[in-house]
Design a protein. Structure first.
Length: 559
């Protein structure tokens, strides 16, 4: 009683109770949680802000500068502001701007560092343009005139210049889509058929067929090849005519320093006058940039264009990985928990599964390369695609082997989560099912699994989140910088599991560390990271909604 009074009324020498110690630990853990939430939220907000800022039209600044005794006029966008110590002036700190000037074809470099003290005049001219091009990045210029294919010239001072320029750019974009449909679609299918005929001819020459049958089939192959070749020549001429039309109209323009240049209108993808835009116009350009980034294909070493192939590849690989890992993980957990005799062996298996979760992902990549690619894939090639050898079909990296590798990587997560979900099913529910005459498997299938399904889906969600963001193993088993074809398309057999693919995580790595122009790639890094996080969140939210619906549906089974 005396000790309690000392603690309650603060008598000197009183001992601290366990409850007071526990309260301090609660506040300590709350502080750790708060710091963690702040850090994660701050990181997400930084990625979101930097990612969205890529698409907002920046004003074009024109500077008159004096450096090295010469006066220059440059135009562009201020991308970064930093302080630099000038050792030539006794260590004085000066402000330096990273200035995007574009026009890489004219200057050789799209960025310069600009000393603020060199600036003599700063303006934002309304009549300056910025154009996205197929090559050499953006161009910043003053238009002079457009020379049409019929020789007619439209000067920039003409009131209809903008309308005509926009019409021409729309036409060349539509024509570019037609060229892609011919070359990648129709000609691509012909090339695929020609390749199949070549493989068929090669298999006939390997033997195993009598001479009369062989000669008949070879004659049929020759006839089909000649027909396809004639179709190919017609389509090639069509594509050639379309490409020639892309260079019929010419844009004459002037750079900020007065240099005059020419550009085929067919090389222009989009143009805008950012300094003349209203808020509504900027908002329209903002959404246009986001849409083109999502549905477009990459250009210029992935620093320009869109990332649709990477989004599609990431989504397909994650779904395929989840479809592979879920049945394997659930079956393994059911056997370990419901059927295996609990003892030292099962305990060792559980320890091994838990340890697998801590193995570096690159180790799984090496295993996937050695087992799936070089052993399983090479065996499949020997049995089913021998005529295509030495060119491998499945004996090289592809989206199937990447999905298998990541399925092994995330398998421990699904097994552990499924076991925990099975343990959480009340014993009374199991006994009630057995008492009604159900066999053990019927009880597991119709009673235990539905009750444990929300917990199983939790493991699948965790596996999806980890698998979608992995990069290291993918670099060994199928991911590439640029994939010419998607793993799913409208060409039979529609699902091409052997194809290589693009991935958002690898795209971020490639832009950040392998790009020849790191400054140009930096905005794309933030935008791609934002989309990767968004894709993972969308897929997880969809899985969580399914889990919640199942939890409500089978809530009665827990009583």
């Amino acid at each position: 009683m005396h000790d309690i009074a000392k603690q309650k009324y603060g008598v000197p020498g009183a001992r601290v109770s366990n409850s007071q110690l526990g309260e301090s630990k609660v506040w300590l853990t709350a502080l750790g949680l708060t710091l963690g939430i702040i850090m994660v939220t701050g990181l997400l907000l930084l990625i979101l802000f930097q990612g969205l800022a890529v698409f907002w039209p920046r004003p074009i600044e024109q500077f008159t500068i004096t450096r090295n005794g010469k006066t220059e006029v440059i135009a562009g966008e201020v991308r970064k502001v930093q302080n630099k110590r000038d050792l030539g002036k006794g260590g004085e700190t000066v402000q330096e701007w990273l200035f995007f000037t574009g026009n890489k074809d004219a200057t050789g470099n799209g960025f310069i560092y600009l000393n603020v003290n060199d600036i003599r005049e700063r303006t934002q001219p309304k009549d300056i343009y910025i154009a996205e091009r197929m090559e050499y990045g953006d161009s910043i210029f003053y238009p002079v005139s457009i020379v049409l294919a019929d020789g007619k010239t439209i000067p920039a001072s003409d009131p209809s210049f903008n309308k005509e320029f926009k019409r021409l750019v729309t036409e060349v974009n539509d024509r570019r889509a037609d060229i892609q449909a011919v070359e990648k679609g129709k000609i691509g299918k012909i090339n695929l058929k020609l390749n199949e005929l070549a493989l068929e001819e090669k298999s006939l020459n390997l033997g195993g067929v009598d001479e009369s049958t062989k000669s008949q089939k070879l004659a049929s192959i020759t006839e089909k090849r000649a027909k396809l070749q004639s179709e190919y020549e017609v389509l090639a001429k069509e594509a050639q005519v379309l490409r020639a039309k892309q260079h019929e109209d010419t844009l004459n323009y002037r750079l900020a320093d007065g240099t005059e240049r020419k550009q085929a209108v067919g090389d222009v993808v989009h143009f805008v006058q950012p300094n003349a835009l209203s808020f509504g116009g900027k908002l329209g350009e903002f959404f246009y940039g986001i849409w083109e980034f999502i549905i477009g294909e990459p250009r210029e070493a992935n620093t320009e264009g869109g990332i649709f192939p990477a989004i599609f590849g990431t989504f397909v690989m994650t779904v395929l990985m989840s479809a592979l890992v879920t049945p394997l993980g659930v079956i393994a957990a059911i056997y370990l928990r419901e059927y295996a005799r609990q003892g030292l062996l099962v305990q060792s298996v559980r320890i091994s599964v838990n340890n697998l979760a801590g193995v570096p992902s690159i180790v799984f990549g090496v295993f996937g390369l050695g087992f799936f690619v070089y052993f399983v894939g090479a065996s499949i090639d020997q049995i089913f695609f021998s005529s295509a050898l030495p060119t491998p079909t499945f004996g090289t990296g592809g989206i199937l082997w990447a999905s298998f590798t990541l399925a092994l990587l995330t398998l421990p997560v699904v097994i552990v989560a499924t076991e925990e979900a099975l343990v959480a099913v009340p014993r009374g529910v199991r006994e009630a099912g057995l008492a009604c005459g159900a066999s053990k498997w019927q009880m597991i299938q119709r009673v235990v699994l539905p009750s444990a399904l929300p917990g199983i889906l939790t493991g699948v969600i965790l596996a999806m989140a980890r698998g979608a963001g992995e990069v290291a193993p993918l670099m060994l088993v199928g991911v590439v910088k640029l994939a010419p074809s998607l793993p799913l398309d409208l060409t039979a057999p529609f699902i091409h599991a052997e194809r290589k693919f693009m991935h958002l995580g690898f795209h971020i790595y490639d832009l950040g560390f392998q790009s020849p122009d790191s400054e140009a790639a930096k905005p794309m890094v933030f935008a791609t990271t934002m989309l990767l996080i968004l894709l993972v969140v969308v897929m997880n939210v969809a899985a969580i909604r399914i889990r919640n619906n199942l939890r409500k549906k089978y809530a009665a089974s827990t009583f």
